[in-house]
Design a protein around this ligand. Structure first.
Ligand code: NAG
Ligand code: NAG
Ligand code: NAG
Ligand code: NAG
Ligand code: NAG
Ligand code: NAG
Ligand code: NAG
Ligand code: NAG
Ligand code: NAG
Ligand code: NAG
Ligand code: NAG
Ligand code: NAG
Length: 434
């Protein structure tokens, strides 16, 4: 039997899976008040396909489910989500296909910092609050929408989870509380953040975030990417000059649209807002942009052929940044990036003692750990090691009056929160010290 026959058999089996699944399948986008769901298998079997298991070991148990294109997909669900081995769960929104040979793409979560276990509950209470409790009954998260005339919950065809009132007005929506993803039509408003996950399977928030500022450090209006430390360090800016007269008439925001990421500033004439775009590939299907742990903002799109979301474009690489080494977390903590390769400081210097070791021998991008810990009590024993020919992404935290290499070093050594200092003469990054 040749390869052509083999291929035919596989296609036939997939088609059968699809038809069996959809015969029993209906959407159930809304839920009423006084409904409660327990995160266990027996609660998620019913007339609908409530629990979906995937080949990679992940699973979703959907409270509500909708689709802009039923059967073809994708489907949008809100419910319990877990990744293999499925011992902890998130209350999440995800894009998926009901076929088990696919995998779900999580686009929002209520409890990244505190996953729940089997037996956890979600309740849409009689007074309109959506409440997540762990198996032991402890409160993990709530929408805070009690006593606000909520009439029910819906997952819309835009993949937005909405608590609506009797007049069909929005009381609470997941679009107002982005985690690491923006969906079409969703905005990142000034004052809110996208915060990356630590890794694809580790949902702990990492240090990288993006936010919208009406006036950034440079006085411009825009979308800024930072590494959260004290103080936060800037690595990405998509910004524009907006005059004083044109701001303050509404929140500045960045909206993800078909073909663009648009920075919108409300002006005095509401009909004439200022708009600045990052052009993106036009949407053929459902898209989303995700801020990832390496600091990149990437655009994904649902593929109707592959039944999964695939990478369409790297938004951060389109502008400003064009080298992987310009992303702050590309080589982890203390790592040095050279032409896309990660090393630890002084790793190549065979003659000297080592001060750093790689966190993982074969995964250089996980960064380096100092061999001796640094403590403020022992500041008198600190010294700075010199690295030459390096540059650093954030140059906004200058030490005033340090006009030569020595005064620059001294200023850093005297300040316990200073771990590294770079000396820059005009625009020439000549030497830096750690
Ligand atoms: C469809 O529903 C029927 C009756 O409820 C059940 O016997 C059958 O196993 C279901 N099929 C699938 C593929 O879930
Ligand atoms: C919600 O309540 C309405 C009106 O009482 C009912 O028609 C509908 O079936 C209920 N929906 C669900 C999902 O229970
Ligand atoms: C699942 O939860 C329901 C509702 O709380 C409960 O009645 C049922 O016993 C649970 N099933 C298992 C297997 O724990
Ligand atoms: C409620 O609003 C949504 C979107 O805003 C709309 O799709 C839906 O048809 C409305 N429902 C009613 C009953 O007006
Ligand atoms: C997830 O990442 C955090 C922060 O790096 C780490 O402390 C934690 O141990 C990781 N969790 C797992 C399950 O790997
Ligand atoms: C801002 O508005 C004031 C008052 O309307 C006007 O005098 C001034 O020229 C404007 N400035 C700019 C930069 O447009
Ligand atoms: C920005 O993009 C949106 C949609 O992609 C488009 O409607 C708008 O005209 C664009 N604005 C500018 C200033 O290019
Ligand atoms: C996005 O815009 C393009 C052309 O501007 C259009 O062909 C396409 O259908 C739109 N995509 C969606 C998902 O609306
Ligand atoms: C290697 O280490 C020695 C001693 O610390 C130092 O003098 C020398 O400059 C280093 N060489 C390089 C290439 O970093
Ligand atoms: C910098 O030097 C000037 C002149 O010597 C002095 O007036 C100023 O206070 C110094 N600034 C700081 C932050 O030390
Ligand atoms: C110490 O350094 C931090 C940043 O590294 C800076 O924010 C702070 O102002 C410095 N403190 C003093 C007293 O210079
Ligand atoms: C930067 O400084 C170094 C050492 O002083 C010098 O060799 C180099 O040519 C300078 N580079 C530029 C671009 O000025």
């Amino acid at each position: 039997m040749g390869p052509a026959n083999l291929l035919f058999i596989i296609v036939a089996v997939s088609a059968q899976l699809l038809s069996e699944a959809w015969l029993n399948f209906t959407e159930y986008p809304t839920a009423n008040l006084s409904t409660s769901w327990t995160n266990n298998e027996s609660s998620f079997t019913g007339p609908h396909v409530l629990q979906t298991l995937f080949y990679d070991g992940s699973a979703v148990r959907s409270l509500v489910l909708s689709s802009p294109q039923p059967i073809l997909g994708p489907y949008f669900g809100a419910g319990f989500f877990c990744a293999s081995p499925c011992n902890v769960f998130l209350f999440a929104i995800y894009i998926f296909h009901i076929r088990s040979d696919t995998k779900p793409h999580m686009v929002w979560s209520a409890n990244r910092a505190r996953p729940v276990r089997e037996g956890a509950t979600i309740e849409l209470t009689i007074d309109g609050n959506l409440v997540l409790r762990d198996a032991d009954g402890s409160l993990v998260w709530s929408s805070g929408s009690s006593e606000r005339s909520v009439a029910g919950m819906v997952i819309t065809e835009d993949c937005n989870l909405v608590l609506f009132d009797r007049r069909n007005g929005t009381v609470w929506q997941s679009f107002d509380h982005p985690s690491d993803v923006l969906l079409p039509g969703q905005s990142l408003l000034e004052g809110t953040r996208l915060v990356a996950n630590t890794a694809a399977t580790n949902w702990t928030e990492n240090q990288v975030y993006m936010t919208v500022l009406p006036r950034g450090t440079n006085g411009y209006t825009g979308l800024y990417g930072y590494v959260g430390s004290t103080p936060s360090q800037l690595y990405y800016a998509f910004s524009a000059w907006v005059s004083e007269n044109d701001t303050g008439n509404g929140p500045t925001k960045v909206t993800f649209l078909n073909s663009s990421l648009s920075l919108l500033v409300q002006t005095r004439q509401p009909s004439n807002p200022r708009m600045h775009n990052i052009s993106l590939p036009a949407a053929k299907s459902t898209q989303y942009v995700r801020l990832e742990s390496d600091g990149h903002l990437r655009l994904y799109e649902w593929s109707e052929d592959l039944l999964k979301c695939i990478l369409r474009s790297d938004v951060t690489m389109l502008r400003e940044l064009n080298d992987d080494c310009e992303f702050p977390t590309v080589c982890g903590e203390y790592g040095i990036c050279t032409a896309g390769q990660c090393t630890c400081p002084f790793q190549d210097n065979s003659s000297s003692i080592n001060y750093f070791k790689p966190v993982h021998l074969r995964k250089a991008n996980l960064g380096c750990a100092p061999l001796n810990s640094i403590s403020c009590q022992e500041m008198q024993h600190h010294k700075l090691l010199t690295l030459t020919d390096v540059s650093y992404f954030d140059t906004h935290h200058t030490i005033e009056n340090a006009t030569n290499v020595d005064s620059c070093k001294q200023a850093c050594l005297k300040n316990c929160s200073c771990r590294a200092v770079i000396f820059r003469y005009h625009l020439n990054d000549s030497q830096s010290a750690i």
